[in-house]
Design a protein around this ligand. Sequence first.
Ligand code: NAG
Ligand code: NAG
Ligand code: NAG
Length: 503
Amino acid sequence: MLWIIVSVLVITTKGHDDFSIEEATIESIQRAFAEDKLTSLQLVDLYLNRIQNLNPVLRSVLEINPHARVQAEEADRQRRSNSHHPRSFLHGVPVLLKDTIATDDKMNTTVGSYALLGSVVGWDAGVVEKLRNVGAVILGKAILTEWYSFRALGKTPNGWCARGGQAQNPYVLSATPCGSSSGSAISVAANLVTVSLGTETDGSILCPSSFNSVVGLKPTVGLTRAGVIPVTPRQDTIGPICRTVSDAVYVLDAIVGFDSNDEATRYASYYIPPGGYKRFLNPCGLKGKRLGIVRNPFFKIAQGLGLAQTFENHLHTLRRQGAIVVDNLQIANIDVILNVTASGEAVAIVAEFKLSLNAYLRELVASSVRSLADIIAFNLKFPDLELTDKIGQDIFLAAQATNGIGAQEKAALANLENLSKNGLEKLMRDYKLDAVVIPRADASSVYAIGGFPAIIVPAGYDSQRVPIGISFGGLKGSEGKLIEITYAFEQATKIRKPPPFKP
Ligand SMILES: *[C@@H]1O[C@H](CO)[C@@H](O)[C@H](O)[C@H]1NC(C)=O
Ligand SMILES: *[C@@H]1O[C@H](CO)[C@@H](O)[C@H](O)[C@H]1NC(C)=O
Ligand SMILES: *[C@@H]1O[C@H](CO)[C@@H](O)[C@H](O)[C@H]1NC(C)=O
């Protein structure tokens, strides 16, 4: 069935003058705009058409913005009248938002749950305001693992939410799409939109990007924020999920910066380089970069999955491109860091979640739920709607039982800080590293507890044709270096292939 749909699409994805949205980049779109071969409205219609055809199977798009076409027409008008100059790379470009990023429009912001359906946030998230200011088109909202998988850990299927059902991995439909930013990654991978935004507390951009053969950029905590349904301000960050590193960088340039609604953006905005990030799109960016290899446990995990050769080949490529590979390094206490119970990450997060979620819900302009307690009650009242019988809500209950940041939480936070200082920070300084190189998204907790940035790019496909990524992470504010490294790696390897929709 899907094979038929896909072959029909070959006809319908062509715009005027043979412009195709398959693997279209922001640069190719801007060129087509400039040469009058494409309008933003045509582009939006091509994507809407493709969503209509593919979304019944992929289920990655949760809502379409009823104003998307109007926004596209406005961008076209501005381009024709030559106003809004100089124009951003994102002008007239459709963007899909994870359904946790607030918008002040006809769309809902629900983290996939019926509990928040019909609530009114009353403002745009800081990143959305910035996107609108540069003339981007908000195409819609993407599905996610409901409540970031933070209602009952390990029990919410990745890519599933009550409102949208189960989203599918477009490479191998039966494979996991990972989460929680599943819909953002799937939609970009399947060419349902140009670019998307996801959010990450611990792995939620990196993992779905890895499993859907796309580029995921998790910015330093504080670089992008405010106006997102929270887990913890200590770890939450918003970042681009795109098909290429350069697309991710153009999006990053548009969404970073100080936001008066979020104190954390004040200090983090000092990390933003003058002129933005696009000057780091350097095809020779690997030259002289010192890259750390932490074999235990990360390359061992990859080896266990039959991926040893894939990653050894990539290390050769990195060396060939001029990087200095520093091998056999250790992150101190890595077993503890990767165990959220032992590290204290779980203890800290459940308490922080209750505080930050309650604060978010209190500020909504309208909502039938105003606290975590209300949401727990909602889940019990509508067990069929939210599959409460099957999935439960043990983390919600654990969070509800917390009482602010007490002695236990303070000890956990001190431990996390210590683990990070003696872990990645010490390693990076001792060996003067520019980045660590890690197969897949397996080091997400290392990046999470330190608020560190990371970028994941396509690294190959396993024996079942399921995509795999390779991640490069570094210290706070090191986005510039990570962009140089990942862009040069991507240009040297060009691994991404569009999805085959294998059953
Ligand atoms: C938002 O949710 C309401 C139900 O409360 C629904 O009627 C509406 O269509 C939703 N908006 C979009 C854009 O899907
Ligand atoms: C994680 O740590 C806890 C105690 O802190 C321990 O009970 C558990 O076995 C550890 N899990 C793994 C997978 O090592
Ligand atoms: C911090 O980590 C070091 C080395 O891992 C350890 O010796 C020290 O006791 C830790 N301090 C705290 C406060 O946990």
